[in-house]
Design a protein around this ligand. Structure first.
Ligand code: PLP
Length: 399
């Protein structure tokens, strides 16, 4: 099908939530590369916004999905599901948590986390303790409760009234947090590294202080690692860099390497309050998506992808910082592992994205002045170098 025909169909039949999309349709992928309907090759430095952690067409992931699809794609969670049990076991063994529930997306994982936090207090006889404090510039999803949790007003408009008692405070300001905490505070929820807010790592010392406050005041700490989890930052979970454990942890995006699966995990002391009838999901944790999740985690371990994400993150970031030194249009290069943000001093992010797209490189933008790089964890120097060369040229020519 011609690209124009696809665009025409999309504009006629698909709700216009994505506006004018980048004019391309991808047909297939291989490793870090995508190929469009005209056969043009692109280096995918966005990976479906931190989803395709194994790149495209990875034999272990495709093999696991194919094998499982031939046996059983879906069955209800009214029955025992081997892959669900195995993936839950695997996530528990890798994380600080004891129990898992599978959802279909990041927003749903966060909904589950919010429900669990409220449940924890309701069932302990404190129904008034349901307020949740989040951080400004956070992003937690598009359902009503996760929108309310999201500390960016631009996502709220037109959806009021949103679920009540979510309040956002500025990150890294412990006084502001203390000021907001009250006897009804049930949980503090944050992304240890904010993704949609602009690739902002929350200060480690602040997070340690938050943990101490939570312990002292009987408040739960929820980490939303939907974007920064599953190896993205060079550790399986980004909280490992800080040495602070959450009570509840949420995951999605890279967990299925491209198939829709999310999860919320919790320590036993909290998870035990989730009882029959309290939560559920038709598709969540079905045999197919869990086969994908198992293949992803297995491959990350077997192929040393945490080490690669760390090493390649350092490599790319260092090169970008060198370029930034030579050019006043780049204000800051920041991030951790392969979760990288480049802040420009002007609103040129979309223009830069478009120019790079023409040259065969896919990157993301956040707002008007931040560019995002979240490549597959399998990326090598050979894959990254042409991008770095083009990026440097772009800014040498521009300045
Ligand atoms: C940190 C974080 N939480 C939650 C979400 C929502 O995930 P989903 O789009 O899968 O619902 C996102 C999506 O970008 C995210 O980055």
């Amino acid at each position: 099908m011609k690209l124009q025909n696809i665009v025409d169909l999309d504009q006629k039949y698909f709700m216009n939530t994505f506006g004018n999309r980048t004019p391309v349709c991808f047909e297939k992928g291989e490793g870090v590369y995508l190929y469009d309907t005209q056969g043009k090759k692109y280096c995918d430095l966005l990976a479906g916004i931190a989803v395709n952690c194994l790149g495209h067409n990875h034999p272990a992931l495709v093999g696991a999905i194919k094998d499982q699809a031939e046996k059983l794609i879906h069955c209800s969670s009214l029955y025992y599901i081997q892959n669900q049990a195995l993936l839950a076991q695997k996530l528990v063994s890798l994380s600080c948590c004891d129990k898992v529930f599978f959802s279909n997306s990041g927003a749903e994982a966060n909904e589950g986390a919010i429900k669990l936090a409220r449940l924890y207090n309701q069932k302990r006889g404190m129904p008034e303790k349901y307020e949740i404090i989040t951080l400004e510039r956070s992003f937690h999803g598009r359902t009503l409760a996760t929108l309310a949790a999201t500390g960016q007003d631009k996502y709220h408009k037109s959806f009021n009234p949103l679920p009540q008692k979510f309040d956002a405070v500025p990150a890294n300001d412990i006084a502001a947090l203390k000021n907001k905490i009250n006897k009804n505070t049930c949980a503090i929820m944050m992304e240890p590294i904010q993704g949609e807010g602009g690739i902002n790592a929350v200060n480690a010392e602040y997070i340690k202080e938050v943990r101490a406050l939570c312990d002292k005041l009987d408040i739960l700490l929820i980490f939303d690692e939907v974007q920064c989890g599953i190896g993205r930052t060079g550790k399986m979970f980004s909280y490992e860099h800080i040495g602070v454990e959450p009570d509840i942890l949420t995951l999605a995006k890279a967990l299925g390497g491209g198939v829709p699966i999310g999860a919320f995990l919790a320590k036993d002391a909290v998870a035990k309050y989730m009882e029959p009838g309290d939560h559920g999901s038709t598709f969540g944790g079905n045999p197919l998506v869990c086969a994908a999740g198992l293949a992803v985690l297995d491959t990350i371990e077997k192929d040393g992808l945490l080490e690669n994400a760390h090493a390649m993150g350092e490599y790319i970031m260092e090169k970008l910082k060198e370029i930034a030194k030579k050019c006043d249009k780049i204000k800051e290069v920041r991030g951790k592992g392969l979760m990288i943000g480049i802040e420009f001093s002007d609103d040129i992010a979309v223009k830069v994205k478009d120019v790079l797209f023409e040259k065969g490189f896919l990157i993301g933008t956040i707002g008007k002045n931040v560019m995002r790089i979240t490549p597959p964890l399998i990326i090598t120097q050979e894959d990254a170098d042409p991008f770095l060369t083009e990026f440097e040229k772009l800014f040498t020519e521009e300045s």
